[in-house]
Write a protein that binds this ligand. Structure first.
Ligand code: SF4
Ligand code: SF4
Length: 215
């Protein structure tokens, strides 16, 4: 028997405090002044492909519908063109809010299944934190394997050609003195840095940073 999909949202579906947390992120403070005019949705070149329009995402965040927002494809389809932010009559930095939501979704491991963009973002971050720079070949291979391994079968010729022409290098790249990068990144998160300092660990190793920042 076909299951019935519930579309009605109840108060119990809210995660109290989620909206406040997002509005506490730098650049997202203006969200409470949204008047739901829909200008952002009208300006967005990708809104027709999104399951929730930018206007709806703003409303859902304010109303604490965390699961709906973090699992939507909207935040991942956002191309960061800043069209909505430029047009918003209340100067709400919608693009920054989308970034805050992406970061939150990656940190909590909640994103639409099979969507390659969050996988790419996670693997990119993981590689930069670990090596200080990315190796495109390895990044693409990880993306294919974790998001859609079947795509390897249809793209192997292209990949081989890129390797043969020297566009893709196989040798892993890394910076020197990775511990200095780790120390620099550690200072970005004041809360985590303070917690480390309290434990007498002022600097984290790259591996510790990855474990804390990327699920
Ligand atoms: S354009 Fe600005 S005020 Fe209007 S719905 Fe979008 S975020 Fe809200
Ligand atoms: S920044 Fe994102 S949400 Fe805003 S208009 Fe561009 S694609 Fe749409």
């Amino acid at each position: 028997m076909k299951s019935i999909k519930r579309t009605i949202k109840y108060d119990a579906d809210r995660v109290q405090g989620f909206g406040r947390e997002i509005m506490g992120v730098t650049g997202c403070e203006q969200l409470p002044s949204c008047i739901q005019c829909g200008t952002c949705s009208g300006a967005c070149p990708l809104s027709i492909y999104m399951d929730f329009s930018p206007r709806q995402v703003m409303a859902l965040v304010r109303a604490d519908f965390k699961r709906e927002v973090l699992s939507s494809n909207t935040i991942w389809l956002c191309a960061s063109c800043y069209g909505c932010t430029v047009e918003c009559p209340r100067q709400i930095r919608i693009t920054d809010i989308m970034y805050a939501l992406k970061q939150r979704a990656i940190r909590e491991g909640v994103y639409p299944k099979g969507m390659p963009i969050p996988v790419l973002a996670r693997e990119f971050t993981r590689m930069v934190l670990s090596k200080g720079r990315i190796t495109e070949t390895l990044l693409v291979m990880r993306l294919f394997l974790k998001a859609n391994w079947r795509a390897v079968l249809s793209s192997w010729r292209l990949g081989l050609g890129l390797i043969q022409t020297g566009r893709f290098v196989l040798k892993p790249e890394r910076i020197e003195r990775r511990e200095e990068l780790a120390a620099m990144l550690a200072t970005v998160s004041v809360t985590r840095h303070a917690a480390r300092a309290a434990k007498g660990r002022h600097h984290a190793t790259p591996e510790q940073l990855i474990a804390e920042e990327v699920p």
